[in-house]
Design a protein around this ligand. Structure first.
Ligand code: SAH
Ligand code: SF4
Length: 391
């Protein structure tokens, strides 16, 4: 009997009972449709009820249908029977010496995500959200890249990261003055352009004026360079674009960001130039991680300027954040300053990004979840590589 026969001969497993749909991940339109389709409200009232529920969920921050006091008791009950508003579980919360906060969030069994709040970034503070658990792309300097992709996050799971941060920062109602959370960056775990539909729905929800209300111009999506998805990203989200560049020639970028073999620099630069809405007021951010002896020479600083010529750009030099077993070292501070000075002279302002939350492994590229067991083999491989390069 072959394995296939065996599978066919086995009694069919009963499908697991499905969890109620969490309304937090639905766009306005999706919410009205779900309320009507689930029979919780009559079709002709769906839009109005959705609008009421929306304000409770995203402006007031409620997680209980009972609190939606302008909706009748029967309707609230009907909604509660069919849907959920629950937040996922917070497994761990850490606060760094510098005020950075990191949450480890479990949204489902085996699905753990890290989210980081960084004060004094952007207008008042930025939240770094994850779009996938793990990543398929294996950039050699990135901790997340050593964790195999588990799955894409849903829009609800992306929105939940913002909501949990707002709960913790006491940012409800959403229109309160002096908000500590002003910006969102998709720079956590995963490649957002490999999960564009959920990312785009989440951005619709987060940016809605009658809800969380973070403007699209304060939402930045960072990509390692998935060229065919750049125009769809701009069209669907009108978000700000950040590109993880890290090298100025294909030979080196092929190693640091292996996706470069598929979409080499020339194609990437052409794709960026075509990004919808690009202008001096809406510049692309180029991220460049400073790796000692790898990409940090003055010649590379000059090559970087030449490569970006004519593109409305900001440059962010990121001191490399080490992680256990990482095969690289951070460039010396003097080297970073010399590199930055060359870039400054070319007219780019204050390009060095101060590492934040390093003590709680919350800095760029240090995020990673999931059990140690899964990682052991990868870690061994990396440790071997680190010895090879003498790191
Ligand atoms: N996958 C997307 C977004 C997540 S990575 C991307 O690659 O753009 C967010 C940023 O952190 C990227 O610029 C990435 O290159 C950078 N990064 C990754 N590992 C890092 C590390 N160890 N030190 C500093 N920055 C790192
Ligand atoms: Fe994935 Fe971005 Fe890390 Fe590369 S840098 S492995 S694309 S998360």
């Amino acid at each position: 009997m072959t394995a296939l026969d065996l599978t066919l001969a086995m009694p069919r497993a009963r499908p697991a009972p499905t969890a109620p749909v969490n309304l937090m991940g639905l766009t306005r339109k999706g919410l009205a449709e779900a309320l009507a389709a689930g029979g919780a409200v009559p079709a002709d009232k769906a839009k109005m009820r959705a609008s009421q529920a929306w304000r409770w969920m995203h402006q007031a921050g409620v997680t209980d249908f009972e609190q939606m006091t302008n909706i009748s008791k029967e309707t609230r009950q009907a909604m509660a029977e069919r849907f959920s508003l629950a937040r996922p579980e917070i497994v761990e919360r850490q606060v760094s010496k510098d005020g950075t906060r990191k949450w480890l969030i479990r949204t489902a069994p085996g699905i753990e995500i890290e989210t980081v709040y960084i004060p004094d970034v952007g207008r008042s503070g930025a939240l770094c959200v994850s779009s996938q658990v793990g990543c398929t792309l294996n950039c050699t300097f990135c901790h997340t890249g050593t964790q195999p992709l588990v799955r894409n996050l849903t829009a609800a799971e992306i929105v939940a990261q913002v909501q949990i941060a707002k709960d913790d920062l006491e940012e409800w109602p959403s229109d309160k003055a002096d908000r500590a959370l002003s910006n969102i960056v998709f720079m956590g775990m995963g490649e957002p352009l490999y999960n564009l539909d959920a990312v785009s729905d989440a951005i619709d929800i987060i940016s809605d004026n009658e809800g969380i209300g973070i403007s699209r111009r304060r939402i930045t999506v960072s990509t390692s360079g998935v060229v065919p998805e750049l125009i769809p990203l701009g069209d669907k989200t009108q978000a700000m674009l950040a590109i993880s560049l890290h090298a100025t020639n294909d030979e080196l970028r092929d190693v640091l960001v292996p996706l470069n073999k598929k979409y080499p620099l020339q194609e990437l630069i052409a794709g960026i130039r075509a990004y919808p809405g690009l202008s001096n007021a809406r510049r692309v951010t180029f991220e460049y991680v400073m790796l000692k002896g790898v990409n940090d020479s003055p010649a590379e600083a000059r090559a970087l300027i030449a490569l970006l010529k004519g593109i409305p750009a900001k440059i962010n030099l990121i001191p490399f954040n080490p992680w256990p077993g990482s095969p690289y070292e951070c460039s010396d501070w003097g080297t970073i300053e010399r590199f930055a000075a060359i870039i400054n002279r070319a007219g780019y302002a204050s390009p060095i990004r101060t590492p934040r939350g390093r003590d709680i492994l919350a800095a760029c590229g240090q995020l990673k979840s999931e059990s140690e067991k899964v990682r052991a083999s990868v870690r061994r491989k990396l440790e071997a590589t680190a010895e090879d390069v003498g790191a």
